[in-house]
Design a binder for this molecule. Structure first.
Ligand code: FES
Length: 249
């Protein structure tokens, strides 16, 4: 079903990320996504960054559709279909949200009084939603050392006793997630990861999002750590727009 909503406000989060707020009276679980577009441009998958009565799409500018979405003004309409995909599991107890780059967008609905955060980015001005955590529940890392730990997300995770969390949720670029998976492999940790791949149909038909026999749009985009550890292509391949599988490692 195609949905059309009017944007209530467009908030600038970082130099490359905006959040679009709107009302949409449909149940959406954290981790699920919609296929979104503006007229004349192709669809892109986007996770919801708020899933309550007021909903939100947090847009990273990287192409025609995302650039156009970033420039939508209050009162203008955007279009989408969904929600699709498997949401994150719900748990009781302490959780850790680990977001790199714009990855904190899909983790934002999981922020509550039991959640702590690890937010990483290239530089201080690209740290997304770090202000939504209490000061004593957030660790930040930046590649250039402009804020927090100078280093990557794994350098930040080294500072934390990961085993004390009921669940660790992770989202970000695939290479970042791969480094996290390699870091925790073999440890007794509950972890779910939201993966990103090219998506065209969003409903399990086109196979553009496949990885090791899984389709991200229907089997994911959230996967448990034990499943990701079985994926031989994870962190080593991507699918080009044509569908050709490219190995980069
Ligand atoms: S996007 Fe088409 S099968 Fe997943």
């Amino acid at each position: 079903m195609i949905n059309s909503v009017r944007i209530l406000r467009n908030e600038i989060n970082t130099p490359t990320v905006n959040s679009l707020y709107f009302h949409w009276d449909v149940r959406v679980e954290p981790g699920q996504f919609v296929m979104t577009w503006v007229p004349g441009l192709s669809e892109i998958p986007m996770s919801l960054s708020l899933t309550g009565k007021e909903k939100c799409l947090t847009v990273k500018k990287y192409g025609d559709t995302s650039n156009a979405l970033s420039n939508v003004k209050p009162g203008e309409r955007i279009f989408f279909r969904g929600p699709y995909g498997k949401p994150f599991s719900k748990v009781r107890g302490k959780t850790l949200l680990v977001g790199g780059g714009s990855g904190m967008a899909s983790l934002r609905p999981l922020i509550d009084q039991d959640a702590s955060g690890v937010v990483a980015a290239r530089s201080s001005d690209e740290l997304l939603f770090k202000g939504l955590f209490p000061i004593d529940k957030i660790i930040v890392a930046t590649d250039d050392g402009s804020e927090g730990i100078k280093g990557n997300i794994v350098d930040a995770l080294r500072e934390i006793e990961l085993e004390k969390y009921e669940m660790i949720y992770v989202c970000g670029p695939e290479r970042m997630i791969k480094s996290v998976v390699d870091f925790v492999a073999g440890r007794n940790i509950n972890m779910e990861l939201s993966l990103e791949r090219n998506m065209k149909c969003g409903v399990g038909i086109c196979d553009s999002c496949s990885i090791d026999g899984f389709q991200l749009c229907t089997d994911g985009p959230t996967f448990g750590l034990s499943t990701v550890l079985t994926m031989k292509e994870f962190g080593r391949t991507k699918l080009a727009e044509s569908g050709k599988r490219i190995w980069f490692q």
